[in-house]
Ligand binder design. Sequence first.
Ligand code: DGL
Length: 263
Amino acid sequence: MSENPIGIFDSGIGGTSIWKEISSLLPHEDTVYLADSKNAPYGEKSKEDIIALSIKNTELLLSKGCKIIVVACNTATTNAIHYLRKTYPVSFIGIEPAIKPAALQTKSKTVGVLATKGTLSSSLFASTSENHTNGIEVVEKEGKGLVRLIEEGKTMSIETKELLKKYLNPMLEKGIDCLVLGCTHYPYLIPVLKELLPEEVKIIDSGLAVAKQTKAILVKEDLLRKGNTVGKHQFYSNVDTLVLKQFLNSKNNNSLFVNQLDF
Ligand code: DGL
């Protein structure tokens, strides 16, 4: 089993921000990544639909022999990971908005969270937020429309900038000094966020923490790959793969294989 790949899924290309952290921390591991872009955004779907899509993705990854599954999507983690963990025999690593590190770092005692409606309305987010933000004001904003623009590759467009301004301004007015990126698509907005945010506002995301947790679980379960050749990475998208290829910069990398698949 240790020679089998790590499975990763997201509602689209956002989770590649997590894949990048995993593949750089664990360069000898093979990975299989599912970009369910056809069904993006998950953030506006019901909990039942998010669970059904997560089941579909999990079963495809298991059919490809994955030894562990990373749910590289805050929306799927906060709505479906509990169900997945009690249903399937492999370990699941999830991602949640990094409220705790933000709460520890804020000096103004005010943090912003930008995430999808599905994440912000989940009970898992509510309990994490409640447990770690004693005495801290959390300004939540739904990033409606951002996932679609990122899926279209429009990370630097005027439309993206205008939407971000609309979501960030109320947070800045309240005095946030930390912005939590609560969606794995949003790290692709960091260049534009840096243009829009004052320097003292820290941008916090959980990608590296997820990669470290994946490594820790593989070590604990004795599932780290023994081979020391460079890992191979299969990507499957159920829409045209052009934007995915651009985000992965896959052209000159012969260990990346990007495929279109109906799933
Ligand atoms: N990448 C996602 C997340 O982390 C999903 C966004 C969406 O599909 O709405 O929440």
